[in-house]
Design a protein around this ligand. Structure first.
Ligand code: R1P
Ligand code: URA
Length: 293
């Protein structure tokens, strides 16, 4: 593809020389990045850094960059949802792979390591609240990835076909997509983690089978997802970002992994008694591994 200068309307750089939504300059970002949904979780992560060298905030996007030992890390909040992941992953990629002076894509591309430390609801009785899940795959029931061209692996195509055969989605609903985790990252996160397919939903209530008032268009969604099984793969949990992080990682060439603290078990209808404690435990366990990567 021709390396054409990217126009001011397409890649927006502010007066500080920082990318539009994140308000981060290229030198302010590490190549190992932790994403969190909640902006308040950024200081909860960076308080474990030995040194913090950069802090910025614009809208819900808070970024802290620093070091644990010699390992340089950035922690970035995404807010909630796959639409925000579209913004965050594109801007993280631009910060490392586009020259902000010439507005040309660099000849030497950088592959980032992106690890989501999030919260989630379990879809299996055997995955209790306060446990951790590593997403082997992200299965999107939103429509973000329909806007991007990408290739699926043979295994991903098989899983998606099995999903379409076994799980009835509501008429007029999403065209599901599925992407696997970055294997170079996932292999480090095994001990003390459940693992399975994570379903990413375009909402917290009806799109995750929750109804406070009104009626669900698809009352069998949870049962269908919990019962899905294909060659040893099962669906472990629900949340709102993973498939988009994995999908954008595929499109842009970054290694991505999503790890969740289970705060709700939808089968047992239980919620954690101490959400802050389980998230802090996930941060400590996750950082212990990430710092050694
Ligand atoms: C919903 O409460 C939010 O929590 C989960 C979902 O993915 C969604 O963003 O993750 P975070 O705790 O990382 O935001
Ligand atoms: N986040 C979600 O998206 N769903 C849950 O059930 C819990 C956290």
């Amino acid at each position: 593809m021709e390396n054409k200068r990217i126009a001011e309307s397409e890649l927006i750089i502010n007066s500080r020389g920082a990318v539009y939504h994140l308000d981060v300059r290229p030198e302010e970002l590490a190549h190992t990045i932790i994403t969190v949904g909640d902006p308040d979780r950024v200081p909860a992560v960076s308080k474990h850094f030995d040194k913090v060298e950069h802090k910025s905030q614009h809208r819900e996007f808070v970024t802290h960059t620093g070091y644990i030992g010699n390992k340089r890390l950035s922690v970035v909040s995404t807010g909630i949802g796959t639409d925000n992941i579209d913004i965050v992953l594109n801007e993280l990629d631009a910060l490392v792979n586009i020259d902000f002076q010439t507005r040309l894509v660099k000849e030497q591309l950088t592959s980032l390591q992106v690890v989501r430390l999030g919260t989630s609801g379990a879809l299996q009785d055997s995955i209790p609240v306060d446990s951790f899940v590593v997403s082997s795959h992200g299965l999107g029931l939103d429509n973000l990835m329909a806007y991007y061209a990408f290739e699926n692996t043979t295994e991903e195509k098989q899983l998606l076909e099995a999903f379409r055969g076994q799980v009835m989605l509501q008429p007029g609903g999403a065209n599901p997509c599925l992407f696997s985790a970055g294997e170079d990252l996932r292999k480090h996160f095994t001990d003390g983690f459940h693992t399975g397919i994570t379903v990413t939903c375009p909402g917290f209530y009806a799109p995750q089978g929750r109804m406070l008032r009104g009626q669900l268009s698809n009352p069998n969604l949870i049962d269908n997802l919990t019962g899905f099984s294909y060659e040893g793969h099962r669906i472990t949990n629900f949340e709102m970002e993973t498939s988009a992080i994995y999908g954008m990682g595929r499109v842009l060439g970054h290694q991505c992994l999503s790890i969740s603290a289970i705060v709700a078990n939808r089968i047992r209808q239980e919620f954690t008694k101490d959400g802050a404690a389980v998230v802090e435990a996930l941060i400590q366990k996750g950082l212990g591994i990430i710092a050694g990567l």
